[in-house]
Write a protein of this length. Structure first.
Length: 102
């Protein structure tokens, strides 16, 4: 996996995350498709789990394909709600309403 995960790829993923507008969310798969790696949603998740080592990025705006928040990261919901993102239930964003469309 380390051969796949080089700094150029990390910054490519983070640069896409940086573009997600306030009040919108993107999915791991959506980011993977945008960088030309449509089958690497888990790779995107792995990079985001260590994004703090590369700077400040709005990783709270990334959810899974169903809009589910990251388990165990209670601040994510608070950050999204502060941006006006509506929740479908306790741990899912209303993805139909807030998904980033390019």
């Amino acid at each position: 996996m380390n051969r796949v995960l080089d700094e150029a790829l990390i910054y490519e993923i983070l640069s896409v995350v940086e573009e997600i507008p306030e009040g919108q969310v993107a999915t791991y798969g959506q980011i993977a498709r945008l960088i030309g790696r449509k089958r690497n949603a888990r790779l995107v998740g792995r990079v985001l789990s260590m994004a703090e080592f590369y700077g400040s990025y709005p990783c709270h705006r990334v959810v899974n394909h169903a809009g589910r928040l990251v388990p165990g990261w209670s601040e994510q919901k608070q950050l999204l709600e502060a941006e006006g993102v509506a929740m479908k239930n306790m741990d899912h964003v209303d993805i139909k309403r807030h998904q980033w469309s390019l």
